[in-house]
Ligand binder design. Sequence first.
Ligand code: AMP
Ligand code: MG
Length: 423
Amino acid sequence: MVEIRKPIPVGEALARLMAHAPAPRAETVALMDSFGRVLAEPVAARHDVPPFHRAPYDGYAIRSADSAAAGGDRRAFFRVVGRIGAGEAWTGELGPGEAVRIMTGAPLPPGADAVVMLEQAVDDGDGRGFAVRKTFRPWENVSLQGEDARAGEVLIEDGHVIHPGVVALLATFGYAEVRVARRPVVGVIATGSELLGIGDPPDPGKIRDSNGPMIAAQLSRLGIPCRSYGIAKDDLDLGLELIRRALGETDCVITTGGVSVGDFDRLPAVYERLGARVLFNKVAMRPGSVTTAAVLDGKLLFGLSGNPSACYVGFEVIARPVLLRMAGNRKPYPAHTRAALAEDFPKANPFTRFVRAVYGHDGHRPVVAPAGFDKSNAVSSIARSNALMVLPGGTRDFRKGTEVDVLLPWAEAGEAAWRIRES
Ligand code: AMP
Ligand code: MG
């Protein structure tokens, strides 16, 4: 008898999973290994940035009051009494009418409160000084201590991904090591008696396992470590044993295949034998409606479809946000936007449809087009896509030009040279 499955909306599936996503532990990594990791603690400024008043330009440090007489035809004259290079500090106090030659990034000498840019200084002829033609306001042309960040200020919350800008911030404050969220290790098992490994010779009735390597790559793209358990035949006992082993050695297990209602779709029986609690076994999405999730002893099991496009979409839409949350990420959901359909899409959408799509710009506006052969068993369209177009359930007959939602977890920049308007 075919089991009746109740489809639940994608949002509900995600909510159920998020409620079971274990919170990550923290670990310490060297700053140079922190790129791509998630902060397990907020970054607070350990000191002011800049740490002292400094010159943003090459020029002369002066006391602004000494320029008060300048303006119109009148000039104020300064005598250069020294020079401060970057990395140096001047200890003497600046006297009336005195200036110090200063380089970008160097601290202002005591008493100085303005910088005359080189191009604002007029040589006075004897080589020992210069004149200015305007009055300088206090702190004109000065980078003020603490203008970028104040000591103690929380600059980045925990749960944020460490991108190169965050690395720069951590380095600014001398974090040689950083507390980051531990990443879950995910076990991957491809199931199906028809599957061949990459190196196996072709065999009648058999196909190569593409989902296993694809999921490994999808995990890599998230920076999540993957442990591959190879291929399991459609055999209850073998499948059970392999999944048990994987559960013992990893934080979460993803299987592909075996979740439909065919005679050899063993996953439902495996879950039952394991004693895993099934969170859902049907999602109102296409492709990937058979996407299943279960939980056992606090560990999540994802059962993705064997059909490559459905497997891909099931991972990106259902597994990805949950895995990112398990990795400590505060913002685990994909970026999305809207774009105009570049061609008609007449198909009916009984469930929310996630079309592997190419997102781009036609010179006037953002556009999106299906990436080709749109069936759940397609592999070529996944390869061509850079986005997922989302069409709501209960709709049909989308016309060219209609605005649709687009998920952009991984969209890349265009092939054409820089085409952004600059002026
Ligand atoms: P299943 O979900 O097991 O019913 O499989 C659905 C379809 O996907 C069948 O045509 C399978 O042969 C194919 N398939 C299953 N697993 C894989 C895999 N790992 N790589 C490529 N195709 C697969
Ligand atoms: Mg199968």
